[in-house]
Every structure is written in C-alpha cells, then in structure tokens.
Design a protein around this ligand. Structure first.
Ligand SMILES: Cc1ncc(COP(=O)(O)O)c(C=O)c1O
Length: 383
C-alpha cells in the first residue's frame, strides 16, 4: 500500500517539513524554508555571542529589512510599520480610529474570530456596538458591496473587512468597499492576514489601515507582519507596546523598537522573499490554483460532497464541504483533525461557516495533486 512518505514531497533541500506527514494546511502557520532558518540561527548566534553589539546593530538592520518588506508589498515605506502579527495590526488600527459612544463598528460574518473579539473589545470600551453583516458564501462582488454598503452610515465608526477570509478563503473587493466607505468618510481597516504572497500589491487599494502576515504565504519566520497606514493617520497610529520610540515622528521607526524583544525574525524575514523569488512563486501559485481545483473535486467526490462555488477563491486555498459525522462542535472538529493527523498522517484544517463545515485545503510549493488524491482515498475510512 502507498504510504505518506511515498507521496509527501517537502524537498529537504528547501524545507525541513517532516516527510512522514502530508502538510495540507500551509495557511494557518506557514512553514519557514531551510535557508531562512539558517539566517535566523546565525542572527541568534550573533546575539548570544555579544548581546550588546547585537542590540547596537538592530536599528540599522531593521530599517533595511523593513524597506525590503515594504518593497515586496509595493507600498510606500513611510507608511509601513512592522508588527508581530495581523492581530496586532488590527488592534493598533482599532486603537487609532475615533469610536464615539453609540457608533457602530461594521464586520462581516467571514471575519476572523480574534479580529471580531478585538472589535468587540473596542466597542465595549467606547459604548459602541459591533454590527455583523451576513454575506453568503457564494456572493459575487456586487452582492458583497451592496450588502456591506447597506450597513454603512453616518454612525459607522469603522469597517473592518477581510481581504482574504480565513473560514471561507474568499477574496473581498477591497477597492470597491473603500469607495463605498469614502461616501461617509468611514475609516476602512483591512485584515489582509492571508494577502501577502497571494495577491500582488495587496495594500494598494486605498484603505486607511491594512495589515498582513509575512509568516503565512511569504514563509517568513513567525511573528512577522506589516501594518500599512494611510498618510492622514500616520501621526496618530501608535504601537501597542509603549517603548523608547514613543515620540518618534516617523511611523515606521515608532513601531521598530518594542523594548527588549527578539528582532531576529524581522531581520531574517526578507530571506524568505528571496527563496520565493527563486521558486518563481507567482508562477507556482497559479499552477497550484489549478491543482487545488482538481484536488478539491477529487476529495469532494470521495466524500460524496461538493466544492462550494466561491466566486473569487484565494489562489492557493479551496473549501470542500465535509459531511460532518455528528454535531459539529469545536471539540468534535478538533477530535476529527486529530484522527486525520494520527490515523492518516495528514495535517488539515476544518472551518465552519453558517451551519456548514469545510475542509480548507491550503497549498504551498511543496504540495502536489497526489497529496489530495491520497487524502481522498483515505478520508472515507474515518467515517
Ligand atoms: C483572516 C485572518 N485574520 C487574522 C488572522 C490572525 O493572524 P495572526 O495569528 O498572525 O495574528 C488570521 C490567522 O490565521 C486570519 O486568517
């Protein structure tokens, strides 16, 4: 019988992923290439050889890394700050926009859970409320824009919207939503956690705030994300940790120094961009999109389920409807994923939306159609 090690192709010269496992969920925590891990290890060795010398060198090295990351996003470096993750980026944005008592922070039902919690916290603190707009999974752009627009008005404090949603892996029409918000002068906070590496120039749609992770698709060390701030907000946007750069007039520098902290991942992050360039990632991601279309169909057929008609799916993510055995509680979902991990040696994630449960496939350069054929063959044995 074919085993996972016959199928799994993590290419040991590029990745350190365990070849005894099928890695089918890049989107949650990414994977750091071997070359970047080597850079990171040498930066940490340098730190431990002389911590004083390392911290003296950090500011210049951070500037160089930041400029490279901003250039990758094709964004103005003067408005680009480093943050540890998209959660921090959204939180910093929510802490900046004025939220009047009685105002409304608008989200959709696709929003990432922790981002919704952030909106709820700020709403509570300001006696405001969170309004969740229901956007059906199979909506086209016109429907998305008209449903969200209908919830906007003079009392809207901010729109917080996904660029690529987590549970539904769907691309939202950010530019059109920014235009809709401009009519009421509503600040737009874009959760672009999945956008770097999947969309070109992802911060270029004119939102007030955009945040995105480098530790997902661009494969940078975890804890590396960016916050892009429109010019009118730059003077007021503050990092969540108050440190020595508190009074720096320039936004990026204000976010650079976050106290005594491990800056090595931020400094090593650009190495992953070079690895992606060597892998011809943009071409590869187009191929993966076709691979995933086919892979999702094969899995759905094996399960007797379907692939939802998401109008603009993320290039390297697809949903497959999972006929969930029993009540789909979070605990039952976690138990199912653990069975897949232990019994099939495959790492997958499940998402829930409305009353539906999906396997969310998310592929990177180490995945191929055989991975999905293998999963399709084995999954039915778990039911
Ligand atoms: C859409 C979306 N927003 C926000 C986040 C949070 O990202 P992080 O954990 O890096 O803060 C995620 C993480 O998967 C996400 O998918």
């Amino acid at each position: 019988m074919v085993s996972v090690t016959d199928i799994s192709r993590p290419r040991p010269e590029l990745w350190t992923l365990d070849p005894g496992v099928l890695h089918l969920n890049h989107g949650s925590y990414g994977a750091v290439p071997r070359r970047t891990q080597d850079v990171l290890a040498s930066l940490r060795a340098e730190t431990e050889a002389n911590p004083m010398a390392w911290f003296r060198s950090v500011a210049d090295r951070l500037t160089a890394a930041r400029l490279e990351l901003a250039s990758y996003l094709e964004t103005d470096p003067a408005g680009f700050a480093l943050v540890p993750n998209a959660s921090a980026g959204v939180t910093a944005a929510l802490a900046t926009v004025p939220i009047a008592p009685g105002s409304r922070i608008v989200l959709t039902n696709h929003a990432y859970g922790a981002v919704r919690f952030a909106a709820e916290r700020f709403a509570r603190q300001h006696q405001a409320e969170v309004v969740v707009v229901d956007v059906p999974l199979e909506s086209d752009d016109d429907t998305v824009v008209s449903l969200i627009s209908a919830a906007l008005g003079s009392t809207t404090a901010a729109l917080v919207v996904d660029q690529i949603s987590s549970a539904t892996a769907m691309i939202f029409p950010i530019r059109r939503l920014v235009e809709a918000c401009a009519r009421y002068d509503i600040p737009v906070i874009v959760d672009g956690a999945h956008a770097p590496g999947l969309l070109d120039a992802p911060a270029g749609d004119g939102a007030d705030f955009w945040t995105g992770n480098f530790h997902k698709w661009p494969c940078s060390p975890r804890g590396t994300a960016g916050l892009v701030v429109a010019e009118k907000w730059r003077a007021r946007t503050l990092p969540l940790i108050v440190s020595w750069s508190e009074y720096d007039e320039r936004l990026p520098e204000r976010f650079d120094m976050q106290g005594t902290f491990d800056y090595a991942p931020w400094i090593a992050a650009p190495e992953s961009l070079r690895v992606l360039a060597d892998l011809e990632w943009q071409r590869r991601r187009t191929q993966l999109s076709a691979t995933l279309d086919e892979g999702a169909r094969v899995i759905a057929k094996a399960l007797g389920s379907s692939v939802p008609e998401v109008v603009h799916p993320a290039p390297t993510m697809r949903l497959v409807e999972l006929p969930f055995p029993g009540e789909p509680t979070p605990e039952a979902g976690a138990a199912f994923k653990l069975r897949v991990s232990r019994e099939l040696k495959a790492e997958i994630t499940l998402t829930a939306f409305d009353t539906r449960v999906f396997i969310r496939l998310s592929a990177h350069a180490y995945n191929s159609l055989r991975d999905y054929e293998f999963l399709a063959e084995r999954l039915p044995t778990l039911f």
